[in-house]
Design a protein around this ligand. Structure first.
Ligand code: NAP
Length: 97
């Protein structure tokens, strides 16, 4: 079974997240690239992303030349919080949390 991850930019929260920025700085990457890399680096996760800006296309594809460490992956998992879910349509969502 595969999981499809959409809304990876978290409604604009990702590009400005301090922890993602710090992790990205260690790799010469942006916070957005760190979030996309975190998604694709997990087994059986399909990552959806979109941009209307041509300039961002190479940024969003530039996630296959670096790897997040286990500690960095865990630091990103730790950003989850009980009230952090942005999208939960009543007719589609299981009881996730
Ligand atoms: N199959 C499904 O069930 C399903 C469900 C939901 C969505 N989708 C599809 O999945 C795709 C992704 O949609 P999403 O809403 O999940 O998109 P997303 O990638 O989470 O967010 C897109 C938003 O993030 C901005 N963005 C993208 N790259 C960025 C970057 N590097 N830095 C800063 N901001 C950045 C974009 O702005 P700019 O355009 O200004 O760059 C846009 O406002 C869409 O094609 C959508 O239709 C599919």
């Amino acid at each position: 079974m595969a999981l499809t991850g959409y809304y990876g930019m978290a409604d604009g929260a990702v590009p400005n997240d301090a922890i993602l920025k710090d992790i990205g700085a260690a790799h010469g990457k942006t916070a957005a690239q760190v979030a996309l890399r975190w998604l694709v680096q997990q087994p059986r996760v399909v990552t959806l992303s979109k941009t209307a800006r041509l300039a961002r296309l190479p940024e969003n594809f530039g996630i296959f030349d670096f790897e997040l460490s286990d500690a960095e992956m865990q630091a990103i998992y730790a950003l989850a919080r009980p009230d952090g879910r942005i999208i939960a349509p009543e007719d589609l969502s299981p009881k996730w949390d």
